[in-house]
Design a protein around this ligand. Sequence first.
Ligand code: FMN
Length: 209
Amino acid sequence: MADLIEALSGRRARRAFDPRTVPAETQELLWRAVSVAPSHGNVQSARLLVAQSKGARDKLVAALSEGNRNWAPAAPLLVALGSIPDHEHADSYGEERALWSFHAGIAAGNLMTQATALGLVAHPMAGFDEAAVRDVFGAPSELRVLVVFAIGYPGPVESLPEDLQRREQREQRRQPLDRLVAVDSWGAGNSVPARDPSRGGRRSGKLER
Ligand SMILES: Cc1cc2nc3c(=O)[nH]c(=O)nc-3n(C[C@H](O)[C@H](O)[C@H](O)COP(=O)(O)O)c2cc1C
């Protein structure tokens, strides 16, 4: 357990999936990892929307951005993660700091960590039509959908189109720790973005579409 960093570093947002289904008891471990996530005042505002039937799955695929539809349909399990802002404490920091979104982030981290430990890929996607995702499940407008996960066992990279094969094999580049961590005082390095915002396209820091 002390070496959790090794397992965390092994997580990647891979796009190549094996068609093998994720057994129900394995899925339940993912949901349980989300259920134990901490939240402000224990509001537990995060919610998981699992597309199980073919109908729900097809509609969820249709709600994804075009870029994500190139690969995500190969994942045997598609799951949306949302949060209900109304469940936050109105009289506390929760609303001001959008902690409902933060709670979904912690939930997502737990889910991805548990998935990695199980040998699964859980690839988060922000590229989707939020209202359409809500419609798939008949969810109320008070639910904010933050991310859709493509989940499954990793598959051969050759199953992907060539451009995605290259992306799949790219090394994981991360900010050096001296940019990430400010000790005692903020340094010039702490302001350096991981991706240059002045450059267009994928390097701009914009959400992927
Ligand atoms: C909130 C969030 C949204 C993301 N949205 C997408 C997406 O719509 N499509 C996609 O292919 N990848 C998406 N990603 C995956 C990131 O591109 C990926 O995590 C990042 O490039 C770092 O690579 P790594 O996860 O393999 O370390 C998203 C990741 C996060 C955390």
